[in-house]
Design a protein. Sequence first.
Length: 317
Amino acid sequence: MEIPLTIAHFGGSPQHLKLSLKSAAQFNRQVVLIGDESNNHLWVNHWNSDQAGMGKFRRFMNSYVKMSDYPDSYETAFWKRPFVVEAWMKSEGVKELFLIDSDVLSFADYSKEVAPLLPNNCRATLMQYIGERWASLHFSYWTREALEDFTDFCFKAYEDRNIRLELEAKYRWHIDNRSPGGVCEMTLLYLWAEKNSGAVVNLAKVVNNTVADEAIHSPKNYFDDEYELRAGFKRLVFRRGVPYGFNKILKQEIRFWCLHCQGDSKRLMRWLESGCMRNYFTHLERLNRHVGVLKRKSKSYIHGTLKYLVRRGQKIM
């Protein structure tokens, strides 16, 4: 059975979103962009969240208390996502789906290659480093009941005194240690998964020699220092258009279903998506950095020379 693959993105149609959709459609038959009016033109299978009744999300925002240093627009977007996806599932009668971030490149048919690996009691999957107290849904599977349960938990987190104290303690730690961040949806995903540990699977861990990527720039995935790096990114080899990385713990190559080009790594997506360029993405990125340095140096040199000439001209006059 074909399970829909969804990407939820609000506010514009950046290049990385286009590349994520393109790669998703190369491997998956049903790809849905859950967006808004700003990207309504971008994808045929588009659901406009601006026209959806978002009463549950508005009720959540009334009880929500900001405990982070994230910009308001960014924070609203990541809190909004699970509520919007839940609304889409209910509107379209969808019982299960895969959900990826708009900076994820796909290299697998998730319905055929990931779904069969999930245990029968699996209600959701998340991504989490072992020992960390946060979890990510950048590559995740959800049943409708699980997603509804999670959004209900988001309400409870700010109303239940014990959970609220835990969130406040985390935020206080960030303030006291002058550490950026704070409480976000990943905090609540971790707490929710902890309470549902028997039904939530961590896909950062290798299964059948395959895995989802936590972040392309990190040697971590499930374990610390798990994968070899090259030039600051996972050392990847592409075979028939599919990426493999060397797992230092298992001492073997592991196939990646997807690559998460988080943060500044988004610039890699144009090369990783291109068949003729992907094997050379680290070299291209290194070249790109050198060109950037040369441009900055040239600009600084030209600016300094102009200032010198202006000062000299003023003295002559």
